[in-house]
Ligand binder design. Structure first.
Ligand SMILES: [Zn+2]
Length: 430
């Protein structure tokens, strides 16, 4: 008796391929399973459709054939963990406008031995795993993963939309590779409420670097900016004043807090050295992280220790007290009263006899106008954005991508933080 439940069509790999990746003008000729065990592989032979002419790679117009080249091989997305390759003999066509050249091959990108689908597959996994792991899991090379990410990023950078950017944040990131100035990166973020992303990254933190970055964004974007956020780093201040003078320049709250924290730490270290050998010095050493936190976030035993330090009238305690007092500044609504507080605080700091704190006070005085802009821009820019994006950058640079070059790291940053558009793909492989 016949089996009545037999499926309507027998599933063939060819059917599957045609469903997910159908290329007009080409047919899947044969699909073979070769090798055994670990060397098992699927070979897909593709042929051009008999009645259709090849297209010119430049203008995509069908052109008369010229000749055929040798067979080429492309890596495709693995099927159930089995390595899969496309094979095809490319034609050369004779375009009346562009001359003789290799035809347009819809799954291929230049001379790359990996199909577009596989590049996009690898690049997407390269965001979740390290590139080394991605290469290992999918039986390919680190180089292959890197090239795939590069292709996707370059496509994304060419197709992204930069219109409508109102606020940017500029910052320096310590990368740690290379000599002094080489160890820093300059980053430009978009920090609008509706969109936060990495717009540009470049080596070093000089005026030339930032100029290059602004050039890359284009004069239209730069002249349309309304808010610019940065640290008090002189080269940046100069460039931003010159090129984005129309924008309200804001000194970031998180940068100011960072400078205050660094000053407290300098006082602590100096005092610790002064008291060397005494039990107090040991105590100071252990206080480091407590001192860097906001007072309201320190609780329990740590809080008691901090209070003890304050009562002791030690320099570190006084520095910490000054830092904490500054927190009040951010509670103001009106720039006028905030300005009054800033005067009061800097005077107090200048009388503190703590050189690092005095240095911060002088810095704040010099830039008070830019600091007070913070109150004017409140609610317009997402002020925590720069700090958040900086942290994400650190995650990317630390994740074991095995960056061999600066360029590779740059690609990884755009890939993870650039919110870049991706080419439309009929089928999502992952
Ligand atoms: Zn052409």
């Amino acid at each position: 008796m016949k089996n009545k439940n037999r499926p309507t069509t027998q599933l063939e790999v060819k059917t599957l391929l045609n469903r997910i990746q159908h290329f007009v003008g080409f047919v899947y000729q044969s699909i073979r399973l070769r090798g055994t065990g670990g060397s098992l592989r699927v070979e897909v032979k593709i042929e051009s459709h008999g009645g259709m002419r090849g297209k010119c790679a430049d203008c995509l117009k069908p052109c008369p054939g010229y000749d055929r080249l040798e067979e080429r091989r492309w890596l495709f997305v693995p099927l159930w963990g089995i390595v899969c390759h496309f094979f095809y003999l490319p034609r050369r066509v004779e375009c009346p406008e562009h001359g003789v050249g290799v035809e347009h091959i819809p799954w291929s990108q230049g001379k790359r031995p990996v199909t577009l689908a596989m590049m996009s597959f690898l690049a997407q996994w390269g965001r979740r795993l390290s590139w080394r792991e991605t290469a290992r899991v999918f039986h390919t090379s680190w180089e292959s993963v890197y090239r795939s990410v590069e292709w996707l990023v370059e496509w994304g950078l060419r197709h992204r939309v930069l219109a409508g950017i109102k606020a940017i944040g500029v910052d320096e990131i310590f990368w740690g590779r290379g000599r002094k100035s080489e160890a820093f990166l300059t980053v430009i973020y978009q920090i609008d409420g509706h969109c936060r992303r990495l717009l540009w990254v470049g080596r070093k933190r000089t005026q030339a670097t930032l100029n290059r970055g602004l050039d890359a964004l284009g004069s239209e974007v730069v002249s349309g900016l309304k808010y610019v956020c940065s640290d008090m780093w002189k080269p940046y201040l100069n460039v931003l004043a010159r090129r984005a003078g129309q924008a309200l320049h804001i000194l970031d709250r998180f940068h100011i807090t960072m400078h205050l924290n660094q000053a407290v730490d300098q006082v602590r270290r100096a005092e610790s050295t002064r008291l060397k050998g005494k039990p107090l010095a040991e105590r100071l050493k252990k206080m480091r992280w407590k001192l860097l936190r906001k007072g309201s976030q320190v609780r329990g035993r740590a809080k008691l220790k901090l209070e003890g330090l304050l009562a002791s009238k030690m320099a570190t305690g006084r520095a910490w007290d000054l830092k904490e007092a500054f927190q009040h500044f951010w509670k103001y609504r009106c720039p006028f009263w905030a300005g009054g507080f800033l005067d009061y605080w800097t005077q107090r700091a200048m009388r503190s006899r703590l050189e690092p704190m005095k240095k911060v006070a002088r810095m704040l005085r010099t830039h008070d106008a830019l600091i007070l802009n913070w109150f004017k821009a409140r609610g317009e820019v997402s002020t925590g954005a720069t700090e958040g994006l900086n942290n994400k950058i650190r995650v990317v640079t630390r994740r074991a991508y095995g960056f061999r070059t600066y360029k590779a790291m740059e690609m990884a940053l755009y890939h993870n933080l650039g919110k870049l558009p991706e080419p439309e793909c009929s089928h999502r492989f992952c």
